[in-house]
Ligand binder design. Structure first.
Ligand code: FAD
Ligand code: DLZ
Length: 512
């Protein structure tokens, strides 16, 4: 008997290390749809559709290449419901001489994987996930001895190491980072191009029906599914982005607009994280567009930084800091998640837009996640455990390795500054500058006090005042702290009373 090669739902890549050296005459690939993975958090219905449909398509591709597949469907009668249960069942049935897997993306699953050898009595080989551009050892080596793990320095090393956007030893164009150019709001006369659509095929429609029946109570609806589920479609999505949106990606990277869910973003995280696209492939496609004169350097550098920099960095940080990372609560935030995070039912226009769009499409772009839902959670002092769980549920691209550092570290500062050098706290003025949401909002963004005052304003100053001592020595907080000191005591008192009243109001009612 040959090896049992295990492929998980976010490992749908032909270059997966678990498939290296596969012998079609002897080996079997095991893929498992299991209840535990669908419910360890109640994922958005579209995320479950995405993963199960990608798995079914990938299994069919492997089969077409002559690979023997043991595929367990969610509704198979004997399905035990968990990875460990299914590996055991397959080992008993197929009697492999080895089990070969690729390290999983989540701590939880790695812990389970460690038990497979003892449970089955078969040697288990766990291979590194070579789809990432930085190995876990490489990241640990970079981090060793550093006081601060700033993404920017990691990114520069990755540029030099990969040669992406390099001219000899120098960064292309003479600078590493063009972020200062990437902060424009969307002008009224600029209409972002509609992204390519991916209507579900018969395989996906069958999964949609299964998910609607089994997980009908989960957030979001399976019916509106429109994500790539094969490598070919994922590549088409990348090509569509490079051809039609990349050139303006940089300019409007931080913009938000009412009714515009995707702007100039790439919409490739769902494919990258499921293994349908590889990070190197995305970076090279963008670099080629710049070298061919199709996109400016600020756009291409901005895009490559997200993938080569941020994506690799958060993964390295996750594995470096887990399992303790998820437990920290540096700002001692304890407030329950308000119900409107699940319903979108709030008079605050920016939050309503971000949350209803998240429910409808399992997607929001980075600035919505960071500066609207994330910023609100930060300044209102929402409990990081509840907020992390929300982000893991609601996005089709959410896996803990990428969701947790972004939420816990970047958005909530709950890691006390491991990831971000200052909290991303902002008042309504930021949202007003970067979007048109405030125009149609029930609240007045210019006011901090009064019945119609924008809640972000009072919450922001309340946050700064609450944590003034903690941030007194942080140079990046000097400006807001100076603003606080200059504020008349009576005004600050009114603002903090406004924040306290808002936090106790019906608008903040917790989920029951
Ligand atoms: P684009 O804006 O077009 O960017 C291109 C690609 O760069 C993305 O597809 C993604 O792969 C990568 N990227 C960009 N920013 C980041 C980042 N900060 N970390 C890692 N990769 C990045 N991303 C996820 O993939 N899964 C998550 O669960 C997730 N949770 C987040 C939670 C919060 C609170 C925040 C602030 C960000 C989160 N992100 C997450 C990062 C980012 O918001 C998404 O990757 C991005 O919005 C995906 O849309 P896009 O493909 O259109 O990205
Ligand atoms: C997210 C997900 C879901 C919903 N279902 C499955 C599944 O049934 N089978 C599977 O192999 N993977 C699934 N996944 C993805 C896994 O949760 C993911 O592989 C682990 O979290 C490790 O990153």
């Amino acid at each position: 008997s040959g090896a049992l090669r295990v492929v998980l739902g976010d490992q749908c890549s032909h270059s997966l290390s678990a498939l290296d050296g596969l012998d079609p005459a002897r080996d079997t690939v095991l893929m498992m749809e299991v209840q535990e993975e669908c419910t360890y958090v109640p994922h958005h219905a579209q995320k479950i559709v995405l993963v199960l449909s990608a798995m079914r398509h990938f299994a069919a591709e492997l089969e077409a290449r002559g690979v023997r597949i043991a595929y367990v469907r969610l509704d198979d009668a004997d399905n035990s419901g968990s990875f460990s249960g299914e590996v055991l069942r397959a080992a008993r049935r197929l009697k492999p001489d080895a089990i070969i897997s690729t390290e999983p993306g989540e701590w939880r699953v790695r812990e389970a994987m460690r038990g497979w050898e003892a449970a089955t009595g078969v040697p288990v080989e766990i291979r590194a996930d070579t789809r990432f551009l930085c190995s876990l050892d490489g990241f640990a080596g970079w981090a060793k001895g550093r006081k601060q793990l700033r993404m920017e320095f990691f990114y520069r090393e990755m540029r030099a190491r990969t040669g992406l956007l390099m001219e000899g030893d120098e960064p292309a164009g003479g600078a590493w980072n063009y972020d200062a150019k990437n902060r424009r709001p969307l002008p009224r006369d600029v209409a972002p191009p509609r992204p390519q659509r991916f209507p579900p095929d018969a395989v996906t429609r069958a999964v949609m029906a299964l998910v609607a029946t089994r997980f009908g109570a989960h957030f979001g609806a399976a019916e509106d599914f429109d994500w790539p589920v094969t490598a070919a479609d994922a590549r088409a999505a990348l090509d569509d982005f490079v051809a039609h949106r990349l050139s303006q990606f940089g300019d409007y990277q931080d913009a938000m607009a009412e009714g515009e869910a995707t702007l100039f973003h790439a919409l490739i995280s769902t494919s990258l994280n499921a293994g349908l696209l590889l990070p190197g492939e995305c970076c090279h496609a963008a670099e080629d567009a710049w070298r061919d004169g199709q996109a400016p350097l600020n756009a291409v550098e901005g895009f490559i930084r997200q993938i080569l920099g941020w994506r690799e960095y958060v993964r390295g940080l996750y594995w470096l800091k887990m399992p303790g990372y998820a437990q920290t609560n540096a700002l001692e935030a304890t407030r329950p998640l308000p119900e409107f995070y699940w319903t979108g039912d709030t008079p605050m226009a920016c939050l309503r837009a971000a949350i209803t769009q998240t429910r409808d499409r399992a997607y929001a772009h980075h600035i919505q996640r960071l500066m609207v839902t994330g910023n609100f959670a930060l300044i209102a002092g929402l409990d990081p455990v509840a907020v992390n769980a929300w982000y893991l549920v609601v996005y089709a691209d959410a896996y803990e390795w990428v969701e947790l550092p972004n939420t816990h570290g970047m958005a909530l500062f709950a890691d006390g500054g491991v990831m971000a050098s200052k909290p991303y706290a902002a008042s309504g003025a930021y949202i007003n500058r970067m979007s048109d949401h405030c125009r149609g909002c029930a609240f007045d963004v210019k006011k901090a006090v009064g019945a119609d005052a924008c809640p972000f304003n009072a919450l922001y100053w309340d946050f700064v005042a609450r944590h003034a001592e903690r941030f007194a020595k942080n140079p990046r907080m000097a400006m807001p702290l100076m603003g606080l000191r200059r504020m008349a005591p009576a005004k600050l008192r009114d603002i903090r009373a406004q924040a306290a009243a808002f936090l106790e109001s019906d608008l903040m009612k917790g989920y029951t």
